[in-house]
Design a protein around this ligand. Structure first.
Ligand code: PEP
Ligand code: MG
Length: 581
């Protein structure tokens, strides 16, 4: 019988397909045949990964605070014992030797065999011990993958057009999934503005997150409908329901195609205010989609994705070559390169641990904090941005600023690197604008100070909202508080806009709020004139801009900011929504 499960909608569009259930971290594992003379090296790799897993666990064990319940230490001891067991240290090695496969694949086969035994057990407690197997396997596989260079160059045909069902996915997982051609995804955890969800929107992969216990109800190979607009997953759909969703898929295609007439049109309000519409880019390849939507530049290039799915940092030339290619494609339109925003829900394999054991990684070593701490990560990127600036209009943008000292430290490093490039006779744009993101309430409140030392500001509402209302953007349990219309958030936005206009510098918005049609007119009314949105949303936002008479809505927007009457707020939103010049 048809059933539906509800979660949080993350990316518009509907996908219909067969389900493939993945365990976390197992996505990255594919079978690779190795040469006979490589077999013993592969076994050594495996043994090293097991040794490293033991070493990590011993370190964790040693650092357990004395107040921690004894059971926690007992868990770790159990896992240490398991790592000593032949089932993990010897059996995978035998599989490598016998089948000449890669170590990851051998560990996965062994895991599947052990889990199958646990799954057969009648005892509910013993059945849950499969989690211990997964934990130990995860540790070994993570170590193996950390020391591997390139993965998944060849798309896995088995995943093509499938719907992926997982407890959770990282942005790095999603990049791989897109590479494999999946049709959609469902996860049991996650919030609407987690980086994974943002990436899904920009990649155009329909998905629903926060579908608790989905794996209890949906099984491998079953056909499901993923409705990324309403946040619903439909299973065992009959022909009538399938036909309904197919019709909705067609409607959406027609709507998107209809917006194409706006591609070459300028973005101007009915009363003649020119609006800048830039695109957010997550992967260099996305740049091609700019042409399809007529974006006049990139307002946010999230460079951190270059650091994912690999065990080292990109070097200066790699950064430079990527930027250079994007500049060429943009042919004179600006490219805003955001320096790496690594950490929190965008961890990478290379570099320091940014807080996997921290209680609140979103409040930890992330973005500019990490970059300033790690010159080996940051300086090559800065040099590459400077060098790239010689080839077209490049703007550099600093994420997650919380104090003006951070701006000054970055500007000092940039000055040092400029001197170095001058000495080496390497060209760069002396006037390359350097801007900062306003994503931390402290920065919004002090936007006037930032506006004096920076060339432009860009409001990152995804983070600004999470930090202003004190919720973690990946936590679906508190996602109901994630409200762009929270008066505290709106005031921070207004303060930033005011600070920019007072200092005479541009203020853009590049968070998801800028690309959400529900807020476009309110933002126009508050004075926003630069929007940076994911390409799929751009034409729809242009349509709204071009049908808005800004002068007539400024009063509504200001009233919205100041009223506390919920009914009046609803009325004002309806008035803004219904405005057609
Ligand atoms: C934001 O926080 O709004 C933003 C654009 O940056 P990111 O989503 O990458 O954190
Ligand atoms: Mg951010």
């Amino acid at each position: 019988m048809t059933f539906s499960l509800h979660g949080v909608a993350v990316s518009r569009g509907i996908a219909i397909g067969r389900v493939h259930v993945v365990e976390r971290n197992q996505l990255e594992i594919t079978e690779i045949r190795i040469d006979e003379d490589e077999v013993e090296n592969e076994v050594v790799r495996l043994h090293k990964a097991v040794q490293l897993a033991k070493q990590h666990l011993r370190e964790v064990r040693e650092h357990i605070p004395s107040s921690t319940p004894l059971e926690i230490a007992a868990f770790i001891d159990t896992h240490l014992l398991m790592l000593d067991d032949a089932a993990f240290s010897e059996e995978p090695a035998r599989i490598v030797r016998q089948t000449r496969c890669n170590a990851e694949w051998a560990v996965k086969l062994q895991r599947d065999a052990l889990v199958a035994v646990f799954d057969e057990m009648d005892d509910a407690y013993l059945r849950t011990r499969r989690d211990d197997v997964d934990n130990v396997v995860d540790r070994i596989i993570r170590n193996l993958l950390r020391h591997q260079q390139l993965r998944h160059e060849v798309p896995d045909q088995k995943l093509k057009a499938m719907i992926i069902l997982a407890s959770d996915l990282t942005p790095a997982d999603l990049v791989l999934l897109q590479h494999h051609g999946v049709a959609g995804f469902v996860t049991e955890f996650g919030g609407q503005t987690s980086h994974m969800s943002i990436l899904a929107r920009s990649l155009g992969i329909p998905g629903v997150v926060g579908v608790h216990h989905a794996r209890r109800y949906i099984k491998e190979d079953e056909t499901v409908i993923v409705d990324g607009e309403d946040g619903v997953v439909v299973g065992a759909a009959d022909e009538r329901i399938l036909a309904e969703y197919r019709e909705r898929q067609d409607q959406r295609r027609r709507y998107v195609a209809g917006l194409q007439v706006l591609r070459e049109a300028p973005a101007v309000t009915l009363d003649g205010v020119s609006i800048t519409l830039h695109a957010n880019i997550d992967l260099p390849g996305d740049i091609d989609s700019l042409r399809d939507v007529g974006a006049n530049g990139v307002g946010l290039y999230r460079t951190e994705f270059m650091f994912m799915n690999r065990s080292d940092y990109p070097d200066e030339d790699e950064h430079f070559n990527v930027y250079r290619q994007m500049i060429d494609t943009l042919a004179g339109a600006p490219l805003t390169i955001r320096t790496a925003d690594i950490g929190a829900d965008k961890p990478t394999d290379a570099g320091p641990d940014t807080g996997s054991l921290a209680a609140n990684p979103a409040l930890g070593l992330r973005a500019i904090r990490l970059c300033l701490r790690e010159p080996s990560l940051f300086w090559p990127q800065l040099r590459a941005i400077l060098r790239a600036s010689a080839f077209g209009p490049v703007r550099m943008m600093i994420p997650m600023l919380s104090s003006i000292d951070e701006v000054r430290q970055v500007l000092d490093v940039v000055a040092t690197l400029r001197n170095e490039l001058r000495r080496r006779d390497i060209a760069f744009d002396e006037n390359m604008p350097i801007g900062g993101m306003i994503e931390v309430p402290a920065a919004a409140i002090c936007a006037d100070i930032f506006a004096v030392e920076l060339d432009f500001l860009s409001i990152g509402t995804n983070d600004l909202i999470q930090y202003a209302v004190a919720i973690d953007r990946v936590n679906d349990a508190v996602s109901y508080l994630y409200d762009p219309l929270n008066p505290g958030v709106l005031r921070l936005i207004q303060m930033t806009l005011d600070a920019g206009s007072k200092a005479g510098i541009a203020v853009a918005m590049c968070g998801e709020m800028a690309g959400d049609r529900r807020y476009t007119r309110l933002l126009l009314g508050l004075g926003l004139t630069e929007f940076s949105v994911h390409p799929a949303a751009l034409l729809e936002i242009k349509h709204l801009v071009n049908t808005t008479h800004r002068a007539s809505i400024q009063g509504y927007a200001q009233e919205f900011l100041n009223t506390t009457d919920a009914n009046r707020k609803r009325e004002l939103l309806a008035l803004l929504d219904g405005q057609q010049g």
